[in-house]
Every structure is written in structure tokens, then in C-alpha cells.
Design a protein around this ligand. Structure first.
Ligand code: C2E
Ligand code: CA
Ligand code: CA
Length: 500
């Protein structure tokens, strides 16, 4: 056995036969060389740890520490430099999706055993001497020396579709999803770190599109930059308070009485155009902007109240609350302040929660929901029917209201199946003591169809589009005055300048 240090400073241990077996400087975990080439270490401990014992969660983790250049990138660099037998090198970045599930269900030892057997399997199915690098707990990379893009795609198909990873425990077999992001040298990048970044981008895209693998597209970088710009603009708009709150009325179907409004956030960019909430709320939910955004919406509602005189009673103001807000430390205090201001005007606060918050059903969310109930806040289950509506949480959640998703309401007048579904949901909600709101009522036919099904309330473009707060009292007067003409298209003639 001899030890050598390579050009990149790694210490390699070489047994008598001459084949390199381990690269100690790669945390002792990442790479083992077989037959003179590099492979995933069969017995690598779990999770991967760096020399000071910190878990290595990701390759970029180490590079961002700035202490030394990333050894995995150096390894890819070496592979590219050593002289490829063919023209191209494909970098396949793999992510084992069910990693956390294995750990929580069967424990870390099972994860270790799974990774060891999966690395064995990879060696069997990949061409001999293909380098396989363990990057972090759930990530690995494969480097393919090949002469065409289609060969790289064949390998990706072999890894994902023909040989999906499997976990064997106690005689049972579990399929483990693997997703791959691919970038090819030199077509997509001619240096190791750009190649790696581009494979990462392709992996991200594959995961977003929920496909088994994706190959880097040159325009993906531009798209990523555009997304980043959009994200920065949103952060700016939130921190500078450049958001507005619009209000969409809800009416009682039987009496046409206005019984409340739903507050909907609006972002008007510096160029003056509106960005739909559905475009930026999901982003705000992933980058943390949803927290200040929600408090801003609460504050705007309080500020709006002074200008609302002569509201009918009872009257509700509904706000949308994202799942992560429900468990935020400041949530209860913020809700109390909002509720206090609404109570003074005898307005009932309703918090709309989507199924996402409810299906999680974790103890913290349930405790928060329970606190809301004790504070006298009403809960509405939003977008009912949009996802995997679970009937269990209808029993678990003390909701006062169910809002049937617009996808059913849009077709309720013409589609018998949707009509039956809506009818069943209404009957179920009534049996559980809840009132029902039909969302997305955008025609006279829709409102009469839901009326026949005994749905209490309606909200939608046919009644009114979301409008600026100062226009709400004026709109209500107009709506009451035109009650007799309601079955015509009166609402559409309402002068609403900033349609949103
Ligand atoms: P949502 O809570 O289901 O809100 C109703 C959405 O449907 C609104 O879109 C509204 O403009 C639209 N809408 C109302 N009537 C009709 C109709 O007749 N036809 C059609 N096609 N659409 C109609 P908006 O304002 O773009 O909001 C989209 C989503 O963004 C909301 O869906 C809600 O999930 C979220 N959102 C909006 N404001 C907030 C907020 O302040 N906080 C949070 N967390 N989410 C918000
Ligand atoms: Ca809503
Ligand atoms: Ca909704």
C-alpha cells in the first residue's frame, strides 16, 4: 500500500496492485477509486461529513464556505482534463427523492444500507469504470464519457426508468424515486463548475416539472435570471409597502344581500402593470416574503376600515393565510390586533385556509387553528375540491364556511357530474353545520344553478370583480339600487377602472 498526493492536493491510497482505492481528503466519504478510476465509496458513512465533522449537505455548501475549492468540482475538472476517450462528457446529477422518508420510516441504518446497495447496483448497470460520486446525503453524480447526447440520454433512461432504485426491508420492496439533471461537456459548458451549475439547474427543472430527468437548456439560465429579478422586485415591493389590497364582495344568493368581502393582495409594478396574485404568492411562500406581505395585508385592512361607513350587518372580512403563516410566532398577536379593529366596527373576521394547511394536520397547525377558534375568528376552507380534498379534516377542523373551488362552479350549470359533486359537497357541509360559498360565479346561469342547490353565498365576476377599498361602499349602493335588474349583466357595467 502506498500513498500519493495528486495535483489538486488530495491524498490517495494505492494498494499493491496499483489501483487507487480511496481519496481521504474528500471527507473520507465521497469517492473511492476502483480499477484506477473513481467510484462511490461503498461503505460511506451517513450523512457525509467534512473533515471537521459537519454534515456535508450539498456540494455548494462546501464551496460557499470559501475555505477551499470544492473537491467534487476539482474531481470533475480532473475527469474532463484527463483526456476523454470520446468527444463528450455527460454529467448526470442525481437526487434520491425518498431519502427523508426512508430515514423517518426505517432509520438511518437502513439509509446507509440502501445507499451501499444502490451504489453496487449503479456499478452493475453503468458501463465499467464509470465514475460515481457521492455528493451529499441524497445526491450523487455520474460522469459518462460518450460520443453523442443520445448516449447520455440512454444512460439517464437506464437509471430512472429501467432500473429505478429499490429499497428492500424485511422482504418488502419499496420503489425510491430518483431524479436526474444533465449537462454535457463541452456543449453546455467547458469548465467543471459551470457544467455542475447547469446540471443543478436541469435537476431543479426536472423536479419542478416532475419528470424523471431533464437536460440543461441554454435559455434556462436566462429564465433563472429573470425569475431572480422578479423575486428581487417582489422583495422590494413588499419591504417598501408597494402592495395594495383589493376587496371582492360576497352576496347571499337568496336575497342578493352583500354579506362580506374577501381581501386580495395586489402588486402594481413600477411600470404600473398588475401582477396576478397567483403569480407571486407561490414565490412569496418559498422565499419568506409571505410573512411581511401578510402583515401588510392585515395593516391595510385596518387602515381601510375608517372609510367604510354604513356597512350592513352581519358583515365579514375574509383574509387568506398561507400554511407557514399559521404556525408563525407572531400570528396570534397579529390576528388579535386585526380582530380587535374589526370588532369595533362589528365586522366578523374570517380566515381562509387552503387544503394545503389543513391536510398537513400537524400538531402546531391544529393548535393554531384551535387558538383562532377560541379568539372568535371564523375559519373558511378555501378552494374546496381543488386538491385531494380529504373528508377527514372536515371533521377535524372547526370551520364555519366551505368555499367550493371555481373549477366546479364554472361548469355547474352545464356539467351534470360537476352539478352532482357540488350538490354533494353542499349537503355534506350543511350536515356538518357549515355555510357554503360558491367561488368564481361568473354568469347568471351559474348563480341560478347554485341557488337551486341551496348554496348560501356567491362570489365571482358576475357579482363584482375585486375592487379598491374606497370603491366598496359606492359599489354596494349601486348593487342594492340595481337589485331588480340583477339578472341582466349589471355587475359587468360597474365602472371598475383597475380590473384585477
Ligand atoms: P383565492 O383565495 O381563491 O381568491 C380568489 C381568486 O379568484 C382571486 O384571484 C380572484 O380575483 C379570482 N376570481 C374571483 N372571481 C372570479 C371569477 O368569477 N372567475 C375567475 N376566473 N376568477 C375569479 P387573485 O386575486 O389573483 O388571487 C389568487 C390567489 O392568490 C387567491 O386565490 C389566494 O389563494 C392568493 N392570495 C390572494 N391574496 C392573498 C393574500 O393576501 N395572502 C395569501 N396568502 N394569498 C393570497
Ligand atoms: Ca381565498
Ligand atoms: Ca378560493
Amino acid at each position: 500500500m502506498s500513498t500519493s498526493i495528486d495535483a489538486t492536493g488530495h491524498k490517495w491510497t494505492t494498494p499493491k496492485g496499483g489501483a487507487i482505492v480511496a481519496a481521504h481528503s474528500l471527507s473520507g466519504t465521497a469517492v473511492t477509486a476502483m480499477n484506477g478510476r473513481f467510484c462511490w465509496n461503498r461503505g460511506s458513512p451517513f450523512p457525509g461529513r467534512n473533515p471537521v465533522g459537519r454534515p456535508v449537505s450539498d456540494v455548494s455548501d462546501e464551496s460557499s464556505s470559501g475555505k477551499r475549492r470544492n473537491p467534487r468540482i476539482r474531481f470533475i475538472e480532473q475527469f474532463l482534463k484527463q483526456g476523454l476517450e470520446n468527444r463528450l462528457a455527460g454529467l448526470l446529477l442525481g437526487q434520491l427523492d425518498a431519502f427523508n422518508r426512508i430515514a423517518t420510516t426505517f432509520g438511518h441504518e437502513q439509509c446507509e444500507a440502501f445507499c451501499a446497495s444502490y451504489s453496487e447496483r449503479l456499478r452493475e448497470i453503468l458501463p465499467p469504470r464509470t465514475p460515481i460520486i457521492r455528493l451529499s446525503e441524497r445526491r450523487f453524480a455520474v460522469l459518462i464519457d460518450c460520443d453523442s447526447m443520445s448516449k447520455v440520454m440512454d444512460v439517464a433512461t437506464t437509471l430512472t426508468e429501467d432500473n429505478p432504485p429499490q429499497l428492500e426491508v424485511g422482504g418488502d420492496t419499496f420503489l425510491v424515486d430518483v431524479t436526474l439533471g444533465i449537462a454535457v461537456y463541452p456543449s453546455h459548458a467547458d469548465d467543471a463548475s459551470t457544467l455542475f451549475r447547469r446540471a443543478e439547474l436541469a435537476l431543479k427543472e426536472a423536479r419542478e416539472k416532475e419528470v424523471a430527468f431533464d437536460i440543461y437548456r441554454p435559455d434556462a439560465t436566462q429564465q433563472q435570471a429573470a425569475l431572480w429579478k422578479f423575486e428581487s422586485e417582489l422583495q422590494n415591493a413588499v419591504s417598501r409597502g408597494h402592495l395594495e389590497v383589493y376587496y371582492q364582495p360576497k352576496v347571499e344568493v337568496a336575497t342578493s344581500r352583500v354579506c362580506g368581502v374577501e381581501a386580495l393582495v395586489r402588486w402594481r409594478t413600477e411600470s404600473g402593470s398588475f401582477v396576478p396574485a397567483s403569480d407571486f404568492i407561490p414565490l412569496a411562500e418559498t422565499n419568506g416574503a409571505i410573512v411581511p406581505l401578510t402583515w401588510l395585508v392585515f395593516d391595510r385592512i385596518v387602515a381601510q376600515l375608517a372609510a367604510w361607513n354604513g356597512l350592513p350587518e352581519p358583515f365579514t372580512v375574509a383574509v387568506n393565510v398561507s400554511p407557514q403563516i399559521l404556525t408563525h410566532a407572531e400570528f396570534t398577536t397579529r390576528v388579535k390586533a386585526l380582530k380587535g379593529a374589526l370588532d369595533e366596527r362589528k365586522i366578523q373576521l374570517v380566515i381562509e385556509l387552503t387544503e394545503d394547511s389543513l391536510v398537513q394536520g400537524d400538531a402546531t397547525s391544529l393548535a393554531s387553528i384551535d387558538r383562532l377558534r377560541k379568539l372568535g375568528v371564523e375559519l373558511a376552507i378555501d378552494d374546496f375540491g381543488k386538491g385531494y380534498s380529504s373528508l377527514t379534516y372536515l371533521k377535524q377542523i372547526p370551520a364555519a364556511e366551505i368555499k367550493i373551488d371555481k373549477r366546479f362552479i364554472g361548469t355547474v350549470a352545464v356539467d351534470q357530474t360537476d352539478k352532482q359533486i357540488v350538490k354533494t359537497v353542499i349537503a355534506l357541509a350543511h350536515a356538518l353545520g357549515m355555510r357554503v360559498v360558491a367561488e368564481g360565479v361568473d354568469s347568471a346561469e351559474a348563480i341560478s344553478a347554485i341557488g337551486e342547490l341551496e348554496c348560501e353565498m356567491a362570489q365571482g365576476f358576475y357579482i363584482a370583480r375585486p375592487m379598491r377599498g374606497d370603491l366598496v361602499p359606492e359599489w354596494m349602493e349601486h348593487y342594492a339600487a340595481t337589485a331588480a335588474m340583477r339578472r341582466g349583466a349589471v355587475a359587468r357595467e360597474w365602472p371598475e377602472p383597475a380590473r384585477a
